[in-house]
Design a protein around this ligand. Sequence first.
Ligand code: HEM
Length: 325
Amino acid sequence: MLKEIDHENGTRQAGLEVISAHKMSDHSMKRTYFPGITDIVVITDPAEIRTISNDSRFDRDFIERGPVRNVQLLRKILRVFSLNGRLFPIILPRTNPSRAAAQEELRLRLNVRADEVKHGPAELEPLAEWVRGIGTEEKVDLLVQQSIGRLFVETFTATEESLAAGHLVLEAASSSNVLKMLAWRITGRLERAKTLLASMVNGDPVGVLAMSTARQLIVDGLHKMRQLAADPALRFSITTEAAADQCLIAPTNVVRQAKTSGEVSGCPFRRGSLFILELGSGSKGAANRDLVFLSQSWSHCPAEQWVRALLEGVWTRVSAALHES
Ligand code: HEM
């Protein structure tokens, strides 16, 4: 179902939901629009997410003008995902001259690493041991950050400080607490955290991002895997691919901005409207797993094969040991 709440014409339509032509389908798109205040559309339907992520009218070409709430959200995104004025690739526009080439280069490089970890080499034993039930939450967090860091610098060693920095960047990315963000800006805590992480991976902003936000997704996935491993009925019946797939956790959402005014699936929007694509909920269900990494979009994650291979490699070791015991 497609819903538009048009607060501009509040007197005419106060409290009324405008149901569009899509009313027979289960599509769902919700726009919250108060002129000058907010203009944000939340997309939860998997098909709509695919449509919008591939429609060139929506991009990450962010302009910091428009309704106050939009500007507030954009400023936060731009601040968190940049370092010394340099934007991280995750928020570069589709047409940025170097983005696609860097994405492909990273994908190819990580795919070589994927082949190395897929069959569960000995280097994955510490992660496998944790999944079998030995070790604390902090332990797995350190191990995952270290695995990610080593994609960038072979000798990378995660520390309590690097982990704390990763958590701070993650908190900044997911928090909407304006006062907290302001405090971090004044004290420079967020910049320091990003600078520390960058210094450990030759200044690569992708490394900073991966050790902060992607790290948590993989850690959450391994928690899921620990549950699977503890379930005697499951652990002998499930294939390695299926086990890994169940442990893939999508980012909660990604953001796009409308470059022009127009209409999509019956929902009107203006230049500057923000579209929040809810990948976390949208990626549930076997038919929608492409949304975990937005695999069908120009912005697809270059680490998809590596993340899958890492989870498969860990599960391979875990299930082999369980079969033996
Ligand atoms: C469970 C782990 C991960 C998940 C679920 C995930 C998911 C995603 C998704 C959904 C996007 C698209 C963002 C958008 O459209 O705005 C993305 C982009 C990206 N991811 Fe990942 N990711 C993961 C891990 C990683 C890791 C470990 C790295 C680096 C080593 C990485 C590097 C990137 C980069 C550089 C982009 C931007 C690509 C571009 O638009 O040019 N990701 N990821």
